[in-house]
Design a protein around this ligand. Structure first.
Ligand code: 3PG
Length: 207
């Protein structure tokens, strides 16, 4: 898989934090019901890998990936759990290399021109802009479109249902990410219907 293909499934990739393994499958099903197939499960909780494994085994229509990869071990663990892609908040050549070695498509995070150059030099031309709003948001993406005209970005961090359309209207933004589709309060209450509603809203953004 080329990570840019992830943008073909819809305009928003939910950035998911799962605290209880039992929530993984119903949450994935709720998002799918709302038209969202690509799911980024962040490696920020002790059950994240089990959650990825549960989704990969039980929700075959989902395209599940691991987010928040920080170490080489994160990459190998994510692959073993069944991740089809991976996302990192920043970029190092060693992260790029391990993902290539184990055939795990990586969407690497960048926030500066130098990081764009480093990741691009290592063969990556679809990058996550993180934390998007904090580092300059729309204006930064417009600025990057000059020198990095051939690079596409998935901005993540500080985006909402209200601001996503503005990001998605930029020619260098085929998809964006965010946690707003899976608010903690809905997850704690297993309020899957509300998550489906948020997913429907996000998946029907016109780009
Ligand atoms: C993250 O990795 O935490 C994402 O960028 C999500 O940011 P958000 O909570 O602002 O959507």
């Amino acid at each position: 898989m080329n990570t840019l293909d992830l943008a073909n499934y819809g305009p928003v990739i939910p950035v998911i934090v799962i605290e209880k393994t039992e929530d993984a499958v119903p949450m994935a099903e709720a998002l799918l019901e709302g038209g969202i197939r690509v799911l980024e499960v962040t490696l920020r909780t002790s059950c994240a890998l089990q959650a990825i494994e549960a989704i990969a085994k039980n929700v075959p229509e989902a395209i599940v990936g691991a987010g928040t990869l920080r170490t080489k071990a994160d990459a190998t663990n994510a692959k073993i759990a069944g991740s089809q892609f991976a996302v990192s908040p920043g970029y190092t050549t060693s992260m790029g290399n391990v993902c290539k070695e184990i055939d795990l498509p990586l969407l690497p995070g960048v926030s500066t021109g130098s990081e764009v150059m480093m990741a691009n030099d290592d063969g990556f031309n679809f990058l996550k802009l993180f934390p998007a709003v904090a580092v300059g948001g729309i204006n930064l993406l417009k600025g990057f479109s000059g020198p990095f005209a051939d690079i596409k970005f998935c901005p993540t961090g500080g985006i909402s249902i209200q601001t996503a359309p503005d990001f998605l209207s930029l020619p260098n933004v085929p998809v964006c990410g965010g946690t707003w589709l899976t608010p903690k309060e809905h997850v704690v209450q297993k309020n899957w219907g509300e998550i489906t509603k948020l997913a429907k809203e996000a998946s029907s953004i016109k780009v």
